[in-house]
Design a protein around this ligand. Structure first.
Ligand code: BG6
Length: 465
């Protein structure tokens, strides 16, 4: 295969998540998720809520038609847990039917669905019981996933268990809009692992589907060649990355991360039998879905850094806890929102993940968040997004040619949706959605320049890069 070529049958796709695009937050039997609890008024919040979002719940057919026009081969989306499971033990037929229709429409258009079972939207009834920190979440998640597998496994081949478990734990309060103590978040992490190994096993027992986790793994650099900076980077690598894949891929916890948690009094409780559950060979994933946006650079913390104990957003883990301090990387430019643009970091990340686990990889998020508004000609000329993707995809092609097995690329996002914590102001889509932060406007869809660029790229299987 030549450089810059992608394998045949490569899945060129795009990505969304339910709570960020669907809206219809209380329709047809849906209960709120934890992200639905803020109100959409300038008085209550600086950013939009998720109640209407991109109105995909009502416009899904139009959205799938646009995906088909773009030539997508895959669509990665999540099923809303609170839509399917609005109360403990209750499963909502109208919610299930919504995804039946969506999946059927995708299949009709030859678009392979890649379904995330849980993407940040814990149902409020479960949160009221303590959320993931309560052990009951293991069984509730398992029962909900069992409903999904039984209902859709004949038409959905690829499943993701949990989206960005690492970010849900490390930036819990930012993402879930609920105050979360670090210790509870790590306890929740243990429960997520147990839930996932049980669900992966079930999937292998009752279906022919492929299933894997979807963390946000990304390269960590040390600022200088000072060995203490390297130690800081190794520690963050363990806490941010490997702690979330080792239990699923190796069936054991990462000892560096566990030691760190013990030293900070953040260690979670492990009950009898838990470690055996993790070890079960039937519970190993079939692939790793990775979300990548940017890299992180750290150094040994100084006295000032030791005072910082807070998290930033998903991609800026500012919390030092005395182990590392995040710093600027002078070699990298950043997006309007301060995230490093680092295509080579993308390659480094994929090489690391492959080298460590030797499982096929699918990219399920990658993208650039920008402030955008329609031009006078009614268009969005987003050459910056095209440049961003070209640089990342050139590195991806090299990585694949180096022997790393990657079977799909699903950038974030298919169409504009509400950012986890920066609202509508931060747009990622190939398709513009006409709404403001608080003003819903027409909600009509407009194809950006990147839409046409991606269509051409897919048609040529990336050979025109
Ligand atoms: C990932 C999430 O963390 O990054 C998405 O899986 C999120 O839900 C995306 O939207 C981009 O982050 P943000 O904060 O810019 O929306």
């Amino acid at each position: 295969m030549n450089k810059n070529k992608f394998p045949d049958n490569f899945y060129w796709g795009a990505s969304t998540s339910a709570y960020q695009c669907e809206g219809g937050w209380n329709e047809d039997g849906k209960t709120p998720g934890i992200n639905d609890i803020i109100e959409n008024t300038p008085q209550n919040s600086e950013i939009s809520d998720f109640k209407i979002a991109s109105d995909h719940y009502h416009r899904w057919k139009e959205d799938v038609a646009l995906m088909a026009e773009m030539g997508l081969k895959m669509y990665r989306f999540s099923i809303s847990w609170p839509r399917i499971n609005p109360a403990q033990g209750v499963y909502n037929e109208k919610g299930l039917k919504f995804y039946d229709d969506l999946i059927d429409e995708l299949k009709k258009n030859n678009i392979e669905p890649l379904v995330t079972m849980f993407h940040f939207d814990t149902p409020i009834w479960l949160q009221d019981m303590g959320g993931w920190a309560n052990r009951i979440a293991i069984d509730e998640y398992y029962k909900y996933c069992e409903v999904l597998l039984k209902r859709y496994s004949k038409k959905v081949k690829y499943w993701q268990t949990i989206n960005e478990q690492n970010m849900y734990v490390l930036a819990a309060a930012v993402i879930s809009k609920t105050p979360t103590q670090a210790k509870d978040a790590w306890q929740g992490n243990h429960h997520m692992n147990l839930g996932q190994v049980k669900v992966i096993k079930l999937c292998h027992q009752i279906t022919d589907c492929k299933i894997g986790p979807a963390p946000n793994i990304s390269a960590v650099y040390h600022e200088t060649s000072n060995p203490e900076d390297k130690i800081a980077a190794q520690t963050l690598d363990a806490i941010r990355n490997w702690m979330f894949l080792d239990p699923l891929c190796y069936g054991r916890y990462n000892s560096l991360a566990v030691n760190y948690l013990k030293s900070k009094d953040l260690m979670f409780k492990i009950e009898k039998g838990d470690l055996e559950l993790l070890k079960d060979p039937m519970s190993r994933p079939d692939f790793i879905a990775n979300n990548y946006y940017c890299s992180t650079t750290v150094r040994k913390p100084n006295d000032e850094d030791l005072k910082i104990e807070k998290t930033g957003d998903q991609h800026n883990i500012k919390s030092s806890f005395g182990a590392f301090a995040q710093t600027k990387n002078k070699f990298l430019k950043t997006t309007q929102f301060g995230w490093e643009i680092d295509p080579i970091g993308f390659r480094i990340t994929l090489r690391d993940v492959w080298d460590r686990y030797h499982l096929p990889i699918v990219i399920t998020e990658c993208g650039i968040g920008c402030r955008e508004k329609l031009d006078k000609d009614g268009k969005i000329h987003d050459q910056y997004r095209i440049d961003f993707y070209e640089s990342y995809l050139k590195e991806l092609a090299i990585t694949i040619n180096e022997g790393v097995e990657v079977f799909g690329f699903n950038p974030w996002s298919c169409f504009d949706l509400v950012s986890t914590h920066e609202g509508m102001e931060k747009r990622y889509g190939f398709i513009y959605v006409d709404r403001g932060e608080f003003d819903l406007r027409t909600l009509n869809r407009y194809k950006k320049d990147s839409f046409f660029w991606y269509k051409e790229l897919i048609k040529n299987n990336g050979s025109n890069l």
